[in-house]
Design a protein around this ligand. Structure first.
Ligand SMILES: [Zn+2]
Length: 575
């Protein structure tokens, strides 16, 4: 008898560790739909959630175990299927995907194994508090005050703002652990989660207790979310997200006042009236310019004030959260251009969605202050990613890295924001404004099923073959070009002028069309030429006076080394 027991123990011990080590696939299920009743109690800093979620097994193997994760400050109350309680083990799981640095993970035994591509519906209940917590940052050495400018989420008596996956796991999710101390780990885990959830839908009924008097304003960044209405002792908002691709469910509750204009509503806290009006004015000034480029806004842009003046701004969908008083009045136009571009144009692909919103900022600066100011602005962004690109150049990228780090696949913000902005600017320089505007107008996010969809729309607007450009900059990461004037010969062949023949070499592996300016006494002429990676390009330029200097690249093409871009022409050669 004893021996039998011992054997059983050994057997079950082995089974248990086999489950932990081999079978727990945290990313097996896609959360395809959420239907949640969310009760927020600001006085208690509490959140209570009841509802249904649907999980689809997207792994190749049948799954008997499902993993559900919420913030460690929340507790699981019940998990059911078909009305019957399911067995689950709740355990802390260390992951920096949540501001507390830990998740409450439920390991749920399903009634039966879910076959690949099949779905299961679960009824869930959980509750707890959401208070200011930046543990994931302070434990890697970030000073507390600085950590709270990033992780400012909380349910508070006077002010509530809670962002979703990546900040606070206030709705269930499941990913492998992310660590802020391991380079890109958090971005990669988040990137995988967003990709899996791109087609997921969310229905939220958010309820806030009503006291007598004015209701607090409840803002939710959903696709549709009519204003909260009073039902019994609470205010209820019924909100729907059509897709979780680029939006992270976020709610804000505060005693806001509002500056309401046709294109934008600016929700501000007591005493911030002037800043709110300033922002709304800036938005109204840029709206016609943004509409020309990206179409009319599909909905009203919403800006909401953050109570902490040092809080880092956050945007998701049409909602921008930013401390209005600390927005530099000189920069409000830039911020508004970015926000209104999101309101006018959306894409599930970050290099399009964020790339275009940043491109719009550069366009806005050019419109206000001229091309050079826009190029200088892009130069600031360029330094953000060119160091990384240069480092890559020293090691030969494997073919799969070129693909993984490409603009269409990257989860690296510096690439899909800053580098993408430069790519859009180069496309615009190559195609011209009208052709690029037409390509953008023909884009429909719901038809964007292939990475090549947008490149094909752009290609359709020009006779030129751009396949090489997309291959070097969009589908693959071929690094940056490095241009240098190899040689220049002047011939006085014309009665009143000179013919200059310039050879430009590109020592980088990415090709580009680059501007080349020839300077002479009293003027200059700029032409453009394509120089493919590891190749030469030759161009002939006619000038009225002896040419003195050649400058390749005005800063519009991101480049590895710009110290070798000026070529002086000797006096003798010009005669
Ligand atoms: Zn943006």
């Amino acid at each position: 008898m004893k021996l039998r027991n011992l054997r059983l123990c050994i057997f079950s011990f082995l089974c248990a560790s086999a489950v932990n080590a081999f079978s727990l696939d945290r990313e097996a299920f896609t959360f395809t739909s959420y239907d949640l009743n969310v009760r927020v109690e600001p006085e208690q800093q509490r959140l209570g959630v009841r509802g249904k979620i649907t999980l689809r097994n997207d792994s190749a193997a049948p799954q008997k175990i499902a993993v559900l994760q919420i913030s460690s400050s929340l507790d699981w109350r019940s998990i059911k299927a078909g009305g019957k309680p399911l067995q689950f083990v709740s355990q802390p799981y260390t992951s920096d995907i949540d501001h507390t640095g830990t998740l409450s993970e439920a390991i749920v035994t399903l009634p039966e194994a879910v076959p690949s591509k099949s779905a299961v519906e679960l009824e869930i209940a959980y509750e707890g508090v959401i208070v200011l917590d930046a543990t994931r940052l302070t434990r890697i050495g970030t000073p507390e005050a600085a950590a709270h400018t990033t992780d400012w989420d909380q349910i508070g008596r006077n002010f509530t703002a809670v962002r979703g996956t990546g900040y606070v796991a206030w709705y269930p999710m499941a990913t492998e652990a992310a660590s802020l101390s391991e380079g890109q780990s958090l971005f990669e885990v988040l990137g995988r989660w967003k990709a899996r959830e791109a087609a997921s839908t969310v229905h939220l009924q958010i309820a806030v207790p009503s006291d007598e008097g004015e209701p607090p304003e409840l803002l939710v960044n959903a696709t549709t979310c009519p204003r909260a209405h009073e039902v019994g002792q609470q205010f209820i908002a019924d909100c729907t997200y059509r897709s979780l691709g680029s939006v992270m469910p976020t709610f804000v509750i505060a005693n806001y006042e509002v500056v309401n204009r046709a294109a934008i509503a600016v929700h501000f806290l007591v005493g911030h009236n002037a800043s709110a009006v300033n922002y709304a004015d800036a938005a109204e000034k840029v709206i016609s310019f943004i509409t020309e480029w990206f179409g009319a806004p599909r909905g009203k842009a919403e800006t909401a004030d953050l109570s902490d003046p040092n809080a880092a701004p956050f945007e998701s969908g049409p909602l921008l959260l930013t401390p209005l008083t600390s927005t530099d009045p000189k920069l409000t136009g830039l911020a508004a251009a970015h926000q209104l571009t999101h309101a006018a144009f959306s894409s599930p692909r970050p290099w399009i969605d964020e790339g275009l919103a940043h491109f719009a900022q550069a366009l806005y600066l050019e419109h206000q202050s001229g091309r050079q100011v826009a190029l200088d602005y892009m130069g600031l962004h360029r330094s953000a990613f060119s160091a990384a690109e240069t480092a890559k150049q020293t090691t030969v990228l494997r073919s799969e890295d070129e693909v993984n780090q490409s603009l269409v696949n990257t989860s690296d913000e510096e690439l899909y924001r800053s580098k993408a902005m430069c790519v859009w600017w180069m496309l615009r320089d190559m195609l011209g404004d009208q052709a690029l505007k037409k390509a953008l107008a023909s884009y429909h996010p719901e038809q964007d099923k292939e990475p090549s969809y947008m490149p094909r729309l752009i290609q359709a607007q020009t006779q030129r073959d751009l396949e090489w450009f997309f291959d070097d900059w969009v589908y693959r990461d071929r690094g940056l070009p490095d241009f240098k004037v190899e040689s220049a010969f002047t011939h006085k062949t014309l009665p009143e002028g000179y013919m200059l023949t310039v050879t430009v070499t590109n020592q980088g592996t990415a090709g580009a069309e680059v501007p080349l300016t020839v300077k002479f006494a009293g003027g200059e002429i700029t032409k453009r030429l394509v120089v493919r990676g590891k190749s030469n390009g030759v161009i002939r330029v006619e000038v009225p006076k002896p040419p003195e200097e050649i400058v390749v690249n005005d800063g519009s093409v991101p480049e590895r080394d710009t110290t070798n871009n000026v070529f002086k022409i000797e006096d003798d050669a010009a005669k």
